[in-house]
Every structure is written in structure tokens, then in C-alpha cells.
Design a protein around this ligand. Structure first.
Ligand code: GTP
Ligand code: MG
Length: 140
């Protein structure tokens, strides 16, 4: 049991379908607290840098084009074991494989348009939070 922070993005397919509130409710109902949040239009440079780890994958271009296609909501979630808890609430990357009751099972459209991102480790959460938020934007 450890109080942690993780980073989350509500992706373009979800903002486009007016699902921001529904997704935030799922996160909050799980016990996670949204301690910072903003709606942004990601730039091409931001998307390519954020997903640099996938730059050699065949879906990289499609992924970056998707992430800049509509606004996204970037947010910091805090709570007990926040990294793993968030991943549980999100569900598997491919909605076809996601558990019942997860965000991706209920809202994602496809493997690519899967509604939400969540950091996969404490280390990456820290890097991703610093990528999108300055210290004075995190008010708790
Ligand atoms: P994120 O929380 O978004 O990082 O998802 P993840 O950790 O569950 O998956 P991963 O990091 O492996 O992949 C990052 C993102 O790339 C996924 O969430 C998908 O949106 C996208 N992605 C992964 N595989 C494919 C694919 O085969 N095709 C397309 N179009 N997108 C993919
Ligand atoms: Mg990932």
C-alpha cells in the first residue's frame, strides 16, 4: 500500500464523444483523486516525443496522427497504488480483451482508439507528469 501519482490522458476518441465526465467518474469511483487536469490540443512534436518508445512500431504514425486529431485531457491521478489501480480501471490495451466493467471495455472503439492512456510504472509516471505539467499547475 503506497500513495502514488500516475499520469492519464483521455484520448481524442473519448473527448470527441463527450465521455470526459463518464471516464473521470470511473477513475474517481475507484478511489483515485484527480489532482491536476487540463484540456489541450497535443502538437505533433509532443505526440512524437511522448510516444518515442513506439517510434519503430508500424502503428507509430497512426498513433501520433490520432493523438493530435482532437483535444485530449491530461491529468494527474493520486491514490493508493495509483499506477496499478489506474491500469486496472482502464482495462487491457485492446478493448476486445479488456475485462468487464473497465473503461476500455465499455468505451474504447478499437486497439488504436482506446479512450485512455495510463502510465505503466512509477518511473514513467514521473517522466510523463513532468512532460505535461509544471509544478505550479499541481495544486493537490
Ligand atoms: P497506453 O496507456 O496508451 O500507453 O496504452 P498501453 O500501455 O495499454 O499500450 P502500449 O503502450 O503498448 O501502446 C500505446 C498505445 O499505442 C495504445 O494505447 C494504443 O492506442 C496504440 N497501439 C498499440 N498497438 C497498436 C496497434 O497495433 N495499432 C494502432 N493503431 N495503435 C496501437
Ligand atoms: Mg503504454
Amino acid at each position: 500500500m503506497q500513495k502514488q501519482r500516475t499520469f492519464s490522458i483521455i484520448k481524442p476518441d473519448a473527448t470527441k464523444r463527450n465521455l470526459v465526465g463518464a471516464i473521470c467518474k470511473r477513475l474517481e469511483d475507484s478511489g483515485l483523486r484527480i489532482i491536476a487536469q487540463k484540456r489541450i490540443k497535443m502538437t505533433k512534436e509532443q505526440a512524437e516525443s511522448f510516444y518515442a518508445i513506439h517510434s519503430n512500431r508500424p502503428f507509430f504514425r497512426e498513433l501520433c496522427d490520432f493523438m493530435i486529431s482532437e483535444p485530449v485531457v491530461v491529468q494527474i491521478l493520486e491514490g493508493t497504488d495509483a499506477v496499478i489501480k489506474n491500469r486496472e480501471v482502464m482495462g487491457a490495451t485492446n478493448p476486445a480483451e479488456a475485462d468487464k466493467g473497465t473503461i476500455r471495455k465499455d468505451y474504447a472503439l478499437s486497439l488504436g482508439e482506446n479512450s485512455i492512456h495510463g502510465s505503466d510504472s512509477i518511473e514513467n509516471a514521473k517522466i510523463e507528469i513532468e512532460f505535461f505539467f509544471s509544478k505550479d499547475e499541481i495544486v493537490g
